[in-house]
Design a protein. Structure first.
Length: 288
């Protein structure tokens, strides 16, 4: 991403003046959308999952990632990392073995997006939370802020990226559904609007009360997520963090964001400008 040097120094000067004068910038509240945005999401029904890992292999193929290694094994928790965006684990529960798929939860109000200084993390209108490498300065605040411990950094790469599930954003733009959903042989995954998925989840619970716990994980957690879960056992038996707050994490700083010192408003473009200038300088040195 190119930043005009003249604009960069104007921003830098404005920040210095503002700090010196002790003034603050008032951020006006966003205007309400004309109509409610319908985010898409995925409903995962753990009672239907058999641990075949088709979702893992489909994800790897769709995004050019290494073929998954290992298989679900009780007592062994496989985690998402810089080489995979989703994994399936198996848990021994009060109702026998239960499989669980893990990936980015795609929060409705993502903490990673709120924490990102340069807007490299973005919540799209479709509902996907994506990472944009051209805007990233490598601070990794997204990793620290995520309540689900999702974004992963390629520490051993010469050109590191933040690796995470994007809900197959590129496929969504083409009118397709996520690769994991499309290829699931047992229909453990269902794609649709978040409203439709919540309705379907509660319908399954009401129609089969002995089969499900009366709770949809993700309906309220962290202000609501796009990935939603149904389970036959209490979610703590499946390794879920059941202590995550119901209010979205960005909501905690809402009052702060409407009246902040200008240094906090103008710091992101300054940092991105410094990063961009440094990156260009390194490229020039390499070319020489």
């Amino acid at each position: 991403m190119k930043i005009d040097r003249r604009l960069f120094f104007k921003v830098l000067g404005a920040t210095g003046a503002s700090v010196a004068l002790g003034t603050s910038l008032k951020a006006a509240p966003r205007k309400q959308e004309e109509k409610e945005v319908e985010f898409y999401g995925v409903l995962y029904d753990s009672t239907r999952c058999v641990g075949c890992q088709t979702c893992e292999f489909s994800c790897a193929e769709a995004h050019g990632l290494p073929e998954p290694s290992g298989a679900p094994e009780a007592g062994v928790i496989r985690k998402i990392n810089e080489k995979n965006r989703t994994v399936v684990n198996v848990y021994k529960t009060s109702r026998g073995d239960v499989f669980v798929k893990t990936q980015c939860m795609h929060c409705s109000q993502p903490a990673c997006v709120a924490a990102c200084l340069t807007q490299a993390m973005q919540k799209t209108k479709e509902g996907s939370v994506i990472w944009r490498g051209e805007k990233c300065m490598g601070c990794r605040y997204c990793m620290v802020s995520c309540p689900f411990d999702v974004p992963k950094f390629e520490y051993h790469s010469a050109n590191p990226v933040i690796q995470k599930c994007t809900m197959c954003y590129d496929r969504l733009k083409e009118g397709k559904i996520p690769a994991c959903v499309e290829n699931c042989p047992n229909q453990a995954l269902m794609f649709g609007t978040r409203r439709e998925l919540i309705k379907e989840g509660h319908k399954r619970i009401v129609e089969n009360p002995d089969q499900y716990v009366d709770y949809i994980y993700g309906e309220q957690e962290a202000g609501g997520t796009a990935f939603l879960y149904l389970s036959p056992v209490p979610f703590h038996e499946l390794g879920f963090n059941t202590h995550i707050q119901k209010t979205s994490y960005p909501e905690l700083s809402k009052g702060f964001l409407y009246s902040v010192p200008s240094i906090f408003v103008l710091l992101p473009p300054i940092l991105l400008g410094i990063y961009d200038a440094t990156k260009n300088k390194n490229k020039e040195e390499e070319n020489e």
